[in-house]
Design a protein around this ligand. Structure first.
Ligand code: PBG
Length: 331
């Protein structure tokens, strides 16, 4: 044994010592709450696969959003679920489509008190459920989709989104949306680019949340989970095309990709703790197999430790409220 013996346990000896020595903290101001609004609902509708998360009516969305912002969350990411769908995803660009209506209401309610983000993708609006429009051969037509994304970006900017979240994994999507926003006199509307989005089993519960019509999968556009370099390449492309923030998604199983992104990014790096990550922890906790609060705390801490500046999480509002009550006192 070497003397004097190194005793790292000194720094772990008391709660106060551990608090002082902590390298990583999660603050509600860094958390973004994803929310779902469903056209034609009269009551909020629970999502079975995501206990505690609901499809909101427009009214309940407005109330819950105001509450989350008052509790201190850093931003909101809004997903719209339309009543009717078609091949082009027309509801996405219709100013009276549910997502645009919701963004307009929230912008009126909240102004600049929060960062209002909107999902920029066609999958909730298409009858085939893909993230873009289909070509004659039945595959997603990249460049035709870019034209729809450009229109959708402008519609969302006009509705009042601060940031649009390009989540479709089409090549060139950030550049196309940036050019369209600038041409439509929306240079101040930013883009949060889902740069490294992997084709993941962890999106399963989300498909219920948005009543996804998808048959098949998204493997021809989302990243292959086997590939770390491909994630770095997509991050570099989003940065080059002018993304104001980049997202790695899912978060917990992709901490290496997140750490790579954090090492090179010149803009804030976000990580999306997706529906399946949420539901797995909720399910195990509801059976008493793991402690919910400890698992929430540890999962968020790990994502932050790997390099996330911002975390999108379905627990954002609970963590923010729990900071006051002491439930999430580390925050
Ligand atoms: C696509 C989109 C998806 C998610 C966010 N944006 C679904 C998908 O790509 O299949 C998943 C989010 C989650 O699982 O929490 N618009």
């Amino acid at each position: 044994m070497a003397f004097p013996m190194d005793r790292p346990r000194r720094l772990r000896s008391t709660p106060a010592m551990r608090r002082l020595a902590a390298e990583t903290r999660v603050h509600p101001a860094d958390l973004v709450l994803p929310m779902f609004v469903r056209e034609g609902l009269t009551e909020p509708r629970p999502i079975d696969a995501m206990p505690g998360v609901v499809q909101h009516t427009l009214d309940s969305l407005r109330r819950a959003a105001a509450e989350a912002v008052a509790d201190g969350v850093g931003g909101l990411m809004i997903f719209g679920v339309p009543e009717r769908r078609d091949a082009q995803g027309s509801g996405a660009t219709d100013p009276s489509g549910i997502l645009n209506v919701a963004i307009r209401s929230l912008a009126a309610d909240l102004g600049d008190a929060t960062v209002l983000m909107a999902d920029l993708c066609l999958d909730e609006f298409t009858d085939h459920g893909h993230c873009g429009v289909l070509g004659d051969d039945g595959t997603v037509d990249n460049d035709a989709t870019l034209e729809r994304y450009a229109e959708m970006g402008v519609a969302l900017a006009e509705a009042g989104a601060h940031l649009v979240g390009t989540s479709g994994m089409m090549d060139g999507q950030v550049g196309a949306v940036r050019a369209a926003l600038d041409a439509a006199a929306h240079p101040q509307t930013g883009i949060i680019g889902y740069a490294a989005k992997y084709a993941s089993a962890c999106y399963g519960p989300f498909r219920e949340a948005v009543e996804s019509a998808l048959r098949g999968d998204r493997r021809s556009y989302q990243l292959d989970p086997a590939n770390r370099r491909a994630g770095a390449r997509e991050v570099a492309l989003d940065l080059a095309e002018g993304a104001d923030m980049v997202i790695v998604k899912p978060a917990g199983w992709y901490l290496d990709v997140l750490s790579d992104a954090a090492a090179v990014s010149s803009v804030p790096v976000a990580a999306y703790q997706v529906s399946g990550e949420y539901s797995m922890i909720q399910a195990a906790a509801s059976r008493g197999w793991i402690d919910l609060d400890d698992a929430v705390r540890e999962s968020l801490t790990a994502i932050r430790r790997a390099g996330a500046d911002v975390i999108l999480t379905y627990w954002a509002a609970e963590v923010a409220a729990g900071r006051r009550s002491g439930r999430f006192s580390w925050a």
